[in-house]
Unconditional design. Structure first.
Length: 232
């Protein structure tokens, strides 16, 4: 089963990726094919080898997307030596030292409905990972799910390929520090906002998001006081 979702958000970033084609003789030279977003990701707090993360984004994109291996609030959001992915995070992070703001994450899962970032994390391998500025793909071994991401100027398109199973889920984690999520099943839509930030934002700061699915909802639940509250 495949699931596609479209996301819209309201923040602006000023980072740029270079893409295009140039004619070299009779052949076309595609600069973006030489970009490896994983370069510089083998870093840690004690030692930097670049302090980058694989940003999946359009040039001058309003937001970036990144596979999240680090814990919530960890500036080293993706580390090459990590072996588990906790979610796919919308990020506005300029550096690990400054950390992030307005972030939230999405995670496809199978089996039991799990929200905790440690429990929902899945093993992955770089052998089953494709990273380019315009496309990301990875196989989540624990859930037997393939995740694909391609960006737009203001959003991103996701495609989740689930196995044949009775229980498949998509978790939306708007993180702590005051967030809001509303499920609108008749519109196949989830809306909300996150206020998660590491400082330097106005007191009334919010990053609003809209998530639209191409499948009907057969189950929905929310988390309150660390307890799963089933709605359907």
């Amino acid at each position: 089963m495949k699931l596609k979702i479209r996301l819209k958000t309201t923040l602006i970033l000023t980072m740029q990726l270079f893409a295009g084609t140039l004619a070299v003789g009779q052949e076309k030279f595609d600069p973006v094919s030489y970009v490896n977003p994983l370069m510089g990701t083998q870093s840690k707090f004690e030692l930097s080898t670049g302090n980058t993360y694989p940003a999946i984004a359009m040039p001058w994109g309003m937001n970036f997307w990144v596979p999240q291996t680090g814990k919530m609030g960890d500036g080293w959001v993706y580390t090459y030596t990590a072996d588990k992915i906790r979610g796919f995070k919308q990020t506005h992070q300029p550096s690990p030292w400054m950390n992030d703001y307005g972030q939230f994450s999405i995670m496809p899962m199978t089996g039991k409905p799990i929200f905790d970032e440690e429990q929902r994390a899945s093993w992955f391998s770089h052998k089953a990972e494709i990273a380019a500025p315009y496309y990301y793909k990875v196989y989540l071994a624990d859930h037997d799910v393939v995740t694909e991401i391609t960006p737009t100027e203001r959003a991103a398109m996701f495609r989740f390929t689930f196995p044949e199973t009775e229980h498949s889920y998509v978790t939306i984690d708007a993180f702590d520090k005051g967030s809001y999520v509303k499920i609108i099943p008749e519109e196949r839509k989830i809306i909300g906002y996150t206020t998660k930030n590491s400082g330097g934002v106005p007191a009334n700061f919010k990053n609003y998001f809209v998530i639209v699915f191409d499948k009907d909802f057969s189950y929905q639940a929310t988390i309150g006081k660390k307890q799963l509250q089933k709605s359907v």
